[in-house]
Design a binder for this molecule. Structure first.
Ligand code: ADP
Ligand code: XUL
Length: 550
């Protein structure tokens, strides 16, 4: 019962998760707090609050603080010895922003160990109590303005790695500056979810990390520095100060843990605090090796590819994102992101399969690939790809075409397969475009996130993408990535100065397990369905344009 331990968090949409690993990367403890279930007093649904106005989605910052204290209590209850934790890092849902008041830093540095964190922060540390999160889609006006000033969507994508997206932090800040000038004025600093947690541990406000900074439309993705013009457009001259220092790489040390944690929880005063990153980059840190694509099936769906530093000018697309890599200077991550992931699948499960995954799976297994020409696209929340479409859309195959159909045309039995196929075909239709010519041929698809435990989804992914599907030995890849980043910062401080993350990982055991191999015949069926899917999607995009125009 000795040796260093490393603590990684994953502050995700529906839960806060914590994972403790040892020096070899072996998981020792894993715990979670569900916001809805464990902290019902905040009144969230799936971790978020919707409204008051259309498209607005927020989570209370105080709820995250309370979740952190609760998870520490649970860790203590199962016997985690905090004094053995040598470093802390983690991951946060991307894009969400926390607004600190002008007295926040004073409070953080002088926390009273006999009182809880939430009781000391909730009353006056936040200038805005409810933080906009990645599901928000209320900033379309700000997005169009930003793109226009910078020279269009492609120009913005060339500069920042992404065209303007409603959930990206720059336009969220722009909206707050416009609509709530008093609250904006009262804000001393703005954190991302990923820089919020380390700020609590440090007792001062942490800088933002490079990979997560790529999700703001504020950073030049080539230099990894804030772009003065973008800052000015999104938050006026004062944003420079509110956003803090230039973004930092993972593996650096931000400082040592603040006294409050030592006195109240028994942490070692030498425990290092390292930058946290976004949940998607953390997943890549945990899972990706060259030749892998990662498909994360959490609340959101993301498809991720690492781009090595030898690719000096990775392409920027207006349908995908290019993020700076969290640990490797000059490397990048290409990402597709969908808002309607797990929650949309759950809705279909609840409406058509008695709310039971086993029943849902039986229904998928009882229908053939291609679903007998009965197709459905499901967007309960306004989608990211394609942008802003919302609602359910049904189609039937007729004479080689996809013909829009009423809901009744699809029997209950058709929906489970319809949603899985359409969600995956949307990715498949876009993968060729984001695969760079220098990217090694994909050898495996690594599945992660809550839905990756589902065997039917594993097999469908293998067949539809035509490559073997693997899963890691942990279902909590994001928190694992966070814990590995803690270990990395500690390792570089004490033994591996200047060394790469990959070098630290080199001695660790192989963590991937093959769980599904593609069936060539079925893959051929899906090859043909990409075109039909695209037809359906084009129809949906046109229909929503008309809807918006009305
Ligand atoms: P987060 O993005 O909040 O970290 P997770 O990766 O923990 O989310 O995934 C949570 C989701 O996993 C739930 O919303 C649920 O829909 C999904 N899930 C859990 N079990 C299954 C299953 N057997 N089949 C499909 N989806 C599942
Ligand atoms: C990525 C995105 C989501 C969130 C929550 O751009 O918006 O994947 O990071 O998981």
């Amino acid at each position: 019962m000795s040796g260093p331990l490393f603590l990684g968090f994953d502050l995700s949409t529906q839960q806060l998760k914590a994972l403790v690993i040892n020096e070899k990367g072996i998981v020792k403890y894993g715990l979670a707090v569900s916001y809805d279930r464990d902290l019902p007093q905040y009144g969230t649904k799936n971790g978020a609050m919707y409204g008051p106005r259309s498209g607005e989605v927020t989570s209370p910052a105080a709820m995250w603080v309370e979740a952190l204290e609760l998870i520490l209590q649970r860790m203590k209850d199962v016997g985690v010895d905090f004094s053995r934790i040598c470093a802390i890092s983690g991951a946060g849902q991307q894009h969400g922003s926390i607004y600190w008041s002008k007295t926040a830093e004073e409070t953080l540095v002088s926390l009273n160990p006999s009182k809880t964190l939430v009781s000391q922060l909730d009353s006056h540390a936040f200038s805005i109590r409810n933080s906009p999160i990645w599901q928000d889609s209320s900033t379309t006006r700000e997005c169009r303005e930003l793109e226009e000033i910078i020279g269009g969507p492609q120009a913005l994508a060339d500069l920042t790695g992404s065209r303007a997206y409603e959930r990206f932090t720059g336009t969220q800040i722009k909206k707050i500056q416009r609509e709530r000038p008093d609250a904006y004025w009262a804000t001393s600093r703005i954190s991302l979810v990923s820089s919020f947690l380390p700020s609590l541990f440090l007792g001062f406000i942490a800088p933002i990390e490079v990979s997560d900074a790529s999700g703001m439309n504020l950073m030049d993705v080539a230099t990894c520095r804030w772009d003065e013009r973008l800052l000015e457009v999104c938050g006026g001259p004062e944003l420079r100060e509110k956003i803090g220092p230039e973004p930092v790489l993972c593996g650096t040390v931000l400082g040592k843990i603040a006294t409050w944690w030592v006195r109240r929880w028994g942490f070692d005063p030498d425990c290092l605090i390292a930058p946290f990153t976004g949940d998607n980059p953390a997943t890549m840190v945990a899972l990706s090796t060259p030749g892998d694509a990662v498909l994360s099936l959490g609340t959101s769906t993301t498809y991720l590819l690492a781009i090595s530093p030898s690719v000096t000018h990775p392409a920027r697309f207006t349908t995908s994102h290019l993020l700076a890599h969290p640990t490797t200077t000059g490397a990048h991550i290409a990402m597709l992101c969908y808002k309607n992931g797990s929650l949309a699948r759950e809705k279909v499960r609840n409406e058509h399969a008695n709310g039971d995954w086993a029943r849902f799976n039986e229904m998928v297994a009882a229908t053939p690939p291609g679903n007998d020409g009965k197709w459905g696209l499901y967007f309960p929340l306004p989608e990211i790809i394609p942008p802003n479409v919302v609602g359910n859309f049904y189609f039937q195959a007729k004479d080689g075409l996809a013909v829009p159909s009423p809901a009744e045309a699809l029997p209950d039995a058709a929906h489970p397969r319809a949603i899985l196929e359409s969600q995956l075909l949307s990715i498949r239709a876009r993968v060729a475009a984001i695969l760079h010519q220098d990217t090694p041929r994909l050898r495996r698809l690594v599945l992660t996130g809550g839905a990756s435990i589902n065997p039917i989804i594993r097999q469908l992914a293998a067949d539809l993408f035509g490559i073997p599907v693997y899963v890691a030995d942990t279902s909590e890849a994001t928190a694992t990535g966070g814990a590995l980043l803690a270990r990395y910062a500690w390792w570089r401080s004490y033994s591996g100065a200047g060394e790469s993350f990959e070098k630290m990982r080199a001695g660790d055991a192989e963590r991937m397990k093959l769980v599904a191999e593609p069936n060539e015949k079925i893959t051929k069926v899906f090859d043909k369905l990409v075109e039909a899917y695209t037809m359906c999607e084009n129809f949906v995009v046109k229909a929503s344009r008309h809807q918006h125009a009305d």
